[in-house]
Design a protein around this ligand. Structure first.
Ligand SMILES: Cc1cc2nc3c(=O)[nH]c(=O)nc-3n(C[C@H](O)[C@H](O)[C@H](O)COP(=O)(O)O)c2cc1C
Ligand code: SF4
Length: 467
């Protein structure tokens, strides 16, 4: 028997402890977040490159006109602020005074602080709180306190929260509404795995959340400040022993993948259809994101293409040394590429198969790609609009020099391009499709049988039954 949930007080109102996980770009918006709030929960508008609308209500394509990356980065920030403001205003209206509306930003997105400030300045009284992960958002508390909104950091360990608390959050305790624990092995989107954690050895969330609660207690936070469990949550009946458990304190639940498939979910129909086809094991935790973070997405042809590219990779030296005594004679110009005999043979084979261009990586390796792929990679790097604070793919950095100082990495990809494309009707096989590892449940859960796509209200009601 499912224990059932009790409402919590959030932002001065009783709400269900159910959070719609924010999803960029444009995978949660006014329609989904407003409906989630109207159903009594906490909806989340994604403030990561959100869409704006023209006078007819049509999405304005984000076209970049400036000639330099720095200027395009400025254009991007303006689009991002305007888009998020419009989304929040609409979401607030749809919510009709019920539930609450949060916004989500990624700390490592380009201009994160300016976007956050810009949005909060123009949405006074509408935003209840800010959820923020991907990086160490020390300044989040200060910005939230300044705008008198709550903040909900997203962490994947007690250790990360301890660092944030000690350095910054303890000074703005009253605005800390909850701490989101995102399971780095199971959640969709970017994942907070640290170097000490093995991507192939998932850890039970219970002891990790218990440890997080202990860190929160050490800091003097009462058990009434919820920990929001995110990542792999599908049926609440599976979480019975987490609910009303004095060891863990107050618990809320965040759903990221499951709400992708609702009537109000803004993702295109083609993407929704694909969700119904996912089998267990189809979601891959990988490290291709240009942010350098791990992330989880459907292992579709787009991701397989990147996997294959990285497999066609060989180390090289610029002079003959060690076992690099064979001069590479395919894929490169010049004579300064020395490889092993075995790698020379592999490279010649790839060349024969059409992978005729060898591109340097920042790790003194070469990857072999087709001429067509080489051109796409170079074009995407040249078109960069600085959507991240640091990008491994283009080597853009939001600094004085606008460079990471490292070689651009052809093993990665432009995440801005692909997420914009998939969110606006692009090919679901040829784009990054973020998803959590529990996504196979769409196919198994009888709730979705015969292609049923619930409204957000129907989904929230269903979740509240434990199913
Ligand atoms: C398509 C997609 C996009 C996401 N984008 C973001 C994002 O922009 N910011 C963020 O903090 N989390 C993002 N997430 C994570 C969700 O907010 C949520 O925490 C996570 O999906 C929960 O795990 P689940 O996928 O198992 O439900 C994304 C997840 C998905 C599936
Ligand atoms: S190349 Fe990198 S920083 Fe530039 S737009 Fe693409 S993902 Fe963003």
């Amino acid at each position: 028997m499912f224990k059932g949930l009790s409402p919590i007080n959030y932002n001065g109102r009783e709400v269900w402890p159910l959070v719609e996980g924010g999803k960029g770009v444009a995978a949660t918006n006014h329609a989904s977040a407003g409906a989630w709030a109207a159903a009594g929960g906490i909806g989340t508008v994604s403030a990561v490159n959100a869409d704006s609308y023209d006078a007819d209500g049509k999405i304005i394509p984000q076209i970049y006109r400036a000639l330099t990356r720095r200027e395009r980065h400025e254009e991007l920030i303006q689009y991002a602020i305007e888009g998020a403001v419009q989304q929040v205003k609409r979401a607030f209206e749809i919510a009709g005074g019920k539930g609450a509306i949060n916004i989500n930003v990624l700390w490592e997105m380009g201009g994160a602080q300016r976007v956050l400030q810009g949005v909060l300045e123009r949405t006074r009284g509408m935003v209840a709180g800010v959820t923020c992960g991907a990086g160490m958002p020390y300044k989040l508390s200060e910005i939230a306190a300044h705008h008198e909104v709550s903040y909900l950091p997203i962490v994947s360990s007690g250790r990360a929260f301890r660092a944030l608390w000690k350095r910054a959050y303890s000074k703005a305790q009253e605005w800390l509404a909850a701490v989101v624990y995102e399971d780095p092995w199971l959640a969709g989107g970017h994942n907070g795995l640290s170097n000490a954690e093995d991507p192939r050895a998932p850890q039970d969330p219970y002891p990790r959340v218990k440890a997080l609660r202990e860190v929160m207690r050490e800091g003097g936070l009462p058990d009434s400040v919820p920990i929001v469990m995110a990542g792999g949550v599908w049926y609440l009946r599976d979480w019975n022993d987490w609910i009303d458990n004095p060891e863990l304190g107050a618990i809320a639940f965040q759903f990221g993948t499951r709400p992708l498939l609702t009537q109000e979910s803004p993702i295109p129909e083609g993407w929704k259809a694909k969700l119904m086809e996912i089998d267990e094991g189809d979601v891959l935790l990988h490290r291709f994101s240009p942010t350098g973070f791990y992330s989880s997405a459907v292992r579709n042809p787009f991701l397989r293409h990147l996997e294959a590219r990285s497999e066609r990779q060989i180390p090289y030296s610029t002079e003959a040394a060690g076992d690099h005594t064979f001069q590479l004679d395919v894929g490169v110009k010049g004579k300064n590429f020395w490889v092993t005999r075995n790698d020379l043979l592999r490279a010649r084979e790839w060349h024969g198969l059409g992978f005729t261009s060898a591109l340097k990586t920042p790790d003194n390796t070469l990857v072999f790609v087709t001429l067509e792929d080489q051109q796409i990679i170079r074009k995407d790097q040249a078109d960069c609009m600085g959507c991240l604070s640091q990008c491994q793919f283009s080597s853009w950095a939001d600094t004085e020099t606008n460079s990471t100082g490292r070689l651009a990495d052809p093993r990665s990809f432009c995440i801005q391009k692909t997420l914009q494309d998939i969110a606006h009707g692009g090919d679901t096989d040829q784009n990054l499709m973020f998803a959590g590892h529990a996504a196979y449940n769409f196919k198994r859960d009888p709730f979705y049988s015969n292609g049923f796509v619930p409204t957000v209200k129907q989904l929230v009601d269903r979740i509240l039954t434990g199913d």
